[in-house]
Design a protein around this ligand. Structure first.
Ligand SMILES: *Cc1c(COP(=O)(O)O)cnc(C)c1O
Length: 382
């Protein structure tokens, strides 16, 4: 099946009991047995398994061209399960362009459990290879990254990780499986904050992990069940509802973002624009090879005049809402240094390429003319 068909059909078969064309929300916490230990249809207790969640897990696995999907209560719950593959004394190597919450989680794992980590610039494959240690179990990356929109070579990094007996984990939240399927490029585990493009409507918090390896799946399933960070049946249902339009939404996100990026690139008050779809992006050629259909809905810009002007732009828009998060139908604007990446020190932000004049934009699905007009008016007042 092709992507658009999978988005609507995979895991979302009509309900075998009633014929409902939409997967029902099974709210039951427990399931009846006829005899001790004999389950009626395989369902026992809803933390361990739930039919609505199982449909979502099947759907996301299919979209990522994986074999096994696991849904979690949040992207961070998915990350907690995946980092549980690592023991004390072992090591995680992460790209320096990483989500602020992942940065905090890795710090916590070091302080509390002596799970070591270090960062490298994954656009420099030599630097990446030198940063691997015999203890490295996971190589952790995003592409495009949050909030710097850096694109790195997933296939080349998978090769290097495997040569050093490490697993490659790709956080595919920014691209969505419509634009990029990292398992096809050699990744071992794909992660999502389904809060973002997969849910797509800013009305849920969720996460997912997908793999092709039955052994990894068994271990991750155990962590999902043991830690219990599972999503509610209603949130699973909302995610499935979002997925049915993922391909259509992503097309519009890409189209609108290209338009907004081109507008900003020509604006005299904007110092630089980072959008993988622009020829000015340092990894534009790689993005063209590695991604399909388009380059996503996220843009980072540097505003001339520094932090004060960047904050004025964020506070001056009317259509774009000043808020955390991304990937919803409504356009959002944010200031990473004091919002998503506030847990970093100024030095850490500088090293990660998050300057004080950076503004991050999640381009939504409104009419692109209104989005451009709104930014033009806000920039006028900066
Ligand atoms: C939001 C986000 C996360 C965390 O997901 P939550 O659903 O907020 O827990 C992880 N990675 C990326 C790239 C994100 O944008």
């Amino acid at each position: 099946m092709r992507f658009g068909t999978k988005a609507i059909r995979a895991g979302q078969e009509p309900d075998p009991v009633t014929g409902s064309v939409v997967v029902p929300i099974y709210m039951a916490s427990t399931y009846v047995m006829d005899r001790v230990g004999e389950l009626k249809a395989g369902w026992e207790y809803a933390r361990s398994g739930n039919p609505t969640r199982a449909a979502l897990e099947k759907s996301i696995a299919a979209l990522e061209n994986g074999e096994y999907g696991l849904a979690f209560a949040s992207g961070m719950a998915a990350e907690t399960a995946v980092t549980s593959l690592v023991r004390s004394g072992e090591h995680i190597l992460a790209t320096k362009d990483i989500y602020g919450g992942t940065f905090r989680l890795l710090r916590h794992l070091r302080e509390k459990y002596q799970i070591e980590h270090s960062y490298a610039d994954f656009t420099d494959l030599d630097q990446l290879e030198q940063a691997l240690t015999p203890q490295t179990r996971l190589v952790w990356m995003e592409s495009p990254s949050n909030p710097t929109l850096v694109v790195v070579d997933i296939a080349a990094i998978a090769d290097i990780a495997h040569r050093h007996s490490a697993l490659l984990v790709v956080d595919n939240t920014f691209a969505s499986p419509y634009l990029q399927t990292p398992l096809d490029l050699g990744a071992d585990i794909v992660l999502h904050s389904t809060t973002k493009y997969i849910g797509g409507h800013s009305d849920l918090v969720g996460g997912a992990a997908v793999t092709r390896d039955p052994d990894l799946y068994e271990r991750l399933y155990r962590y999902q069940n043991d830690f219990g960070g599972v999503p509610s049946p209603f949130d699973c249902w909302l995610s499935l509802r979002g997925i049915r339009t993922l391909h259509v939404r992503m097309e519009a996100h890409c189209r609108n973002a290209r338009r907004v990026a081109q507008f900003l690139e020509e604006h005299p008050k904007i110092e630089w624009v980072r959008y993988p779809g622009l020829p000015s992006h340092p990894q534009h050629e790689l993005a063209k090879e590695q991604m399909r259909h388009g380059f996503g809905g996220m843009i980072a810009v540097g505003v001339k005049g520094g932090a004060e002007c960047a904050r004025r732009l964020c506070e001056g828009t009317k259509v774009f809402n000043l808020a955390e998060s991304l990937g919803g139908a409504e356009s959002l604007i944010g200031y990473p240094p004091l919002m998503s990446h506030a847990s970093m020190t100024a030095e850490e932000r500088a090293w990660c390429g998050i300057p004080d004049n950076m503004v991050r934009i999640s381009v939504g699905l409104e009419d692109p003319d209104d989005l451009v007009d709104d930014l033009a008016a806000a920039l006028e007042a900066v």
